[in-house]
Design a protein around this ligand. Sequence first.
Ligand code: MG
Length: 335
Amino acid sequence: MKLTFKPYTLELEHLFTIAKSSRTTTPVILTEIEFEGIVGHGEASMPPYLGENQETAVAFLSKVNLEQFKDPFDMENILNYVDSIAEKNSAAKASVDIALHDLVGKLLKKPWYAIWGFDRDKAPYTDFTIGIDTPEVVKQKVKEAEIYKILKVKLGSEDDKKLIEVIRSITDKPIRVDANQGWKDKHYALDLINWLKERNVEIVEQPMPKEMLDDMAWITERSPLPIIGDESVQRLPDVIKVHGVFDGINIKLMKSTGLREAHKMLLLARSLGMKVMLGCMTETSCGISAASQLSPMVDWADLDGNLLIKNDPYRGTKVLNGKLVLTDTPGIGLV
Ligand code: MG
């Protein structure tokens, strides 16, 4: 097996602002694993605030030697080896994991949701994300999101109530709120969550800084809405750590090191009675289509990362009238 990779820069449709930063591009690395003439595709997406970049990913991937493995189906050994090369580097690891899953699915001639035994008719609707912006731009973005049944709104600025009121002046669609660790006080957060509940908000993601687990457990206990952990939950052991802190977790391939561990996190969270959201970074259709393979088993999908970019080099799982549509295409579903 041979691994190759190249840096690529995603151009965003809009300046994208969340509680901690703004940007117009996102760096990614596109990977390929070739075996006997068949190619699997993968991706590492690295928004700047997560600590990885194209240089760190290239340095990591340069150390990965897949030529020592003769059988792509030896997935646990291959991916344990990749994970053991260095700590962190979650997105770089995910780019190998996704390409390997794509390759193995193609060799089996099956899409991954079918290999795992999931019912594709249960694939959920995805929400569409509205970043923090001026009232005029927010209204424009809500209009552009016409086909999506659910909006995701990034809060965590001074103007949270104003932003929700602007959206509510033009639509009654359900809203999912992501505070991205932006609220600093648990009483303030709980008051705001009660206010949001009255405005048809469904769930609230990561209300406070990721290490403030006691405060978030306090909020979850009292909140009228489900509270979901995102930044507090990266990999498999974190699911145990946040059991009892949040009602559910947000699984993303770029945090979990890819599909193998995301699948384990999904099953573990389910066995603990926790809700599951499936999220993404700004990614091409490669990462999104890979994540969508897990979607029949989740409560909420937030897989709009490819819809926010202008130069997507791939085509994969599509969104039809807001719903993810999984196809028979083998592997991670790229066409
Ligand atoms: Mg989030």
